[in-house]
Structures are given as structure tokens and as C-alpha cells.
Design a protein around this ligand. Structure first.
Ligand code: P6P
Length: 351
């Protein structure tokens, strides 16, 4: 990983880092800087709850299900409400949308409107909450396209190429916030003593040499031939399309995309959740385009990797609906492009 040396004498908080980045944009008004602060604050509050787990008596389920038909965990609900409430009155946003809510989330009446659009998955991987497995928050920030008045659904359905900033928080052994605003990918670690996110991973670059592949191999029987052969190729058991074999990679899959993504971003590798036929809900893949795949694709591209739905770059996909799912291959450029090659060779014939 090309890591700029951290000046050991300089303690860089996320606020200072975002502010410094803003200086590179003379036209910047500081609103995006403030919006990113607000998201970092929401992350601190969510982290304070996830780190207490059972002690906060918020483990377990609420007894309700969300738009995805998934059981809403108490922490999902808390994270969702926290992000909304920290952002609905600031005058920075025209509209929001959440994985937990069916429709777009207008700014509350009486509050000022702003020029940005915030999409978020408040707590991805939440089914892992009760097992103390790392989970995460994902966010995507766009400029509003609509002219004046409350933001619209179209404001929330933009291609990833239009992202202004995106990032995630991963609540694990430590809490980290990783974001990009188009000037590299930077990681901050929360110091729980002082309550500050401090710069620990400046200019993250995904390693050229991959270590891991991340996929739920339990679903192999539901995959296409191309995906199966690609997976065997990653294991070193299937020849590349030119007849050569690669050294097998290690399988690492925790069932929490933010955690799997973060490990591969730092350690090198590829995460994929292909379309599969095990569940009619997932024939177009399981992960959502607008607030999971696209923001992570922006980060990946800024870190030197790439992403695909199997044939197109995720950032080039036009969302048709808020909770639209997509097959996702993301991480090391060479491996994502290899997945596309296997799919072209073995699956297009099936069409
Ligand atoms: P499976 C969590 O529910 C999630 O949306 C992602 O975070 C994770 O990568 C995936 O689903 C896991 O799905 O089908 O492998 O359990």
C-alpha cells in the first residue's frame, strides 16, 4: 500500500483534514465540510452504542421488518434515526434516502434546504450485531439536480460517477471512518478517550498483489458457470483464459460487506456478491446500487481498484429505483476485470 508516512508529530483530526481538503477547492463554501463533520458525529454516537452491545440492552430485534423484508435490529433503528436527526435541520441537504426507509426522506418542514443529497445504509451487516461481528455505515453524497424546493427521487437516483463524496464507518476492534471526496481515500481511527477521529491511513491504495477473495461459497450451486470457474481460478484450481494458473488466494468472508470490503481495501483482494438463483429477491444480486455499491465503487476507484456488475463499471450504472440491487465485483482491478472475462467467455453463451 503506497502509504504516505504519517508525520508522527502532526495529529490530524478528521475535521482538520476535511477543512484542509476544502482549501483545495476555492469555490467551496464549507457546506460539504460541515456535512462530513455531521456524518462523523453520527458515527461517534453509533460507535458508542455498538461498542456497548448487550450492555446497552439494545441487542436483538425490534420485531419489525424494513423495506427489504429484513428484520430490523434495534441498532439499525437507532443508527437510522441518528443519521436522519443529525442532518434533517442543518440546511445542508435537499433530501435524504435510507436503506431502512421505503421512500425518500424529505427535510422536515420549516427547516432550510441545502444543495446536497445524502444516501445512506445506516448499519450494513446488522444481522451480525448479536455475534459481535464488525458492522458498518455507508454514505453517499451528491449535488442536488432539481432546481429549488424539496429534493426529489431523481436527486437520489444519480450515477455513481456524479458522487461528490462517499465513505463508510466500520465498527470493529476499533471504529474507523474511511472517505473520499475525489482527492484520494483517507482513513481515520476513533480515539474513544478524546472522542476524535484521527488520521491513521492517509492516501489508501489497494495493494497491487491481492491476498483475499470474499464470496459466500455456500451458494456456489446457484452461480453461473463463469462465476464458478472464476472462483476456482482464484483458488488456483482453474486455468486463466490464457491457460496459466495463479497462486491461490485465501478465502475471507465475514458476511458483513463493510468489514469484508475494508479488509480487502487495506490487504488487497476482491469481494463479490454475484446474481444467484437461490433467492428470487437476489436474482440481480443482493447488494443495493445507490447506497452500498456505488459509494464503495467511488472509494475503490480512488484507491486504484475498480468495480463491476459483471459487465459494466458500477459507477456508470443509472439507478432506476432507490433500493435496486446489483451484482457486485469490487476491489483489485486485475481480479475484477478477470471476473468480467470469465463471465464473457462462459456465461454470455448461456444468454
Ligand atoms: P449472505 C448483510 O446483510 C449484507 O447485506 C452484506 O453486508 C453482506 O456482504 C451480505 O449481506 C451477506 O449476505 O447472503 O452471504 O449472508
Amino acid at each position: 500500500m503506497l502509504k504516505q508516512s504519517i508525520d508522527q508529530d502532526k495529529i490530524m483530526t478528521i475535521e482538520r483534514h476535511i477543512f484542509d481538503e476544502q482549501q483545495s477547492h476555492p469555490e467551496a463554501t464549507g457546506v460539504l465540510t460541515s456535512l462530513l463533520y455531521d456524518i462523523a458525529l453520527a458515527g461517534k454516537v453509533i460507535a458508542s452504542q455498538t461498542s456497548r452491545g448487550g450492555l446497552a440492552e439494545i441487542l436483538g430485534k425490534t420485531g419489525t421488518t424494513n423495506i427489504q423484508g429484513e428484520e430490523v435490529m434495534k441498532l439499525d433503528d437507532l443508527a437510522d434515526r441518528m443519521i436522519y436527526r443529525l442532518n434533517d435541520h442543518t440546511g445542508r441537504l435537499a433530501v435524504m434516502a435510507s436503506e431502512e426507509r421505503e421512500d425518500i426522506l424529505p427535510v422536515s418542514p420549516g427547516y432550510p434546504l441545502g444543495k446536497y443529497v445524502l444516501l445512506y445504509d445506516p448499519l450494513d451487516g446488522s444481522s451480525n450485531i448479536d455475534y459481535n461481528v464488525s458492522i458498518g455505515t455507508i454514505f453517499a453524497i451528491y449535488n442536488r439536480k432539481s432546481e429549488g424546493g424539496p429534493g426529489t427521487l431523481e436527486d437520489c437516483l444519480q450515477k455513481g460517477r456524479s458522487l461528490v463524496a462517499s465513505g463508510y464507518l466500520v465498527y470493529g476492534a476499533s471504529t474507523m471512518l474511511v472517505y473520499t471526496s475525489g482527492m484520494g481515500v483517507h482513513g481515520f481511527t476513533l480515539d474513544p478517550i478524546v472522542g476524535e477521529f484521527l488520521l491513521t491511513h492517509p492516501y489508501i491504495r489497494i495493494p497491487e498483489v491481492p491476498k483475499y477473495y470474499s464470496v459466500n461459497q455456500g451458494y456456489e450451486r446457484y452461480w453461473s458457470e463463469g462465476i464458478s470457474r472464476f472462483t476456482k481460478y482464484l483458488q488456483g484450481d482453474e486455468a486463466d483464459l490464457d491457460g496459466t494458473f495463479r497462486k491461490g488466494l485465501s478465502l475471507r468472508y465475514i458476511g458483513s460487506m463493510v468489514a469484508d470490503f475494508h479488509r480487502n481495501l487495506l490487504g488487497g483482494g476482491v469481494f463479490y456478491y454475484p446474481a444467484d438463483s437461490k433467492d428470487p429477491r437476489y436474482t440481480s444480486g443482493k447488494l443495493r446500487l445507490a447506497y452500498e455499491s456505488a459509494p464503495m465503487a467511488f472509494i475503490t476507484e480512488q484507491a486504484g481498484g475498480t468495480s463491476s456488475n459483471g459487465s459494466q463499471n458500477i459507477l456508470d450504472l443509472q439507478p432506476d429505483s432507490l433500493h435496486q440491487r446489483t451484482p457486485l465485483f469490487i476491489g483489485n482491478r486485475e481480479l475484477v476485470e478477470k471476473a468480467e472475462a470469465f463471465i464473457r467467455k462462459y456465461d454470455k453463451q448461456e444468454k
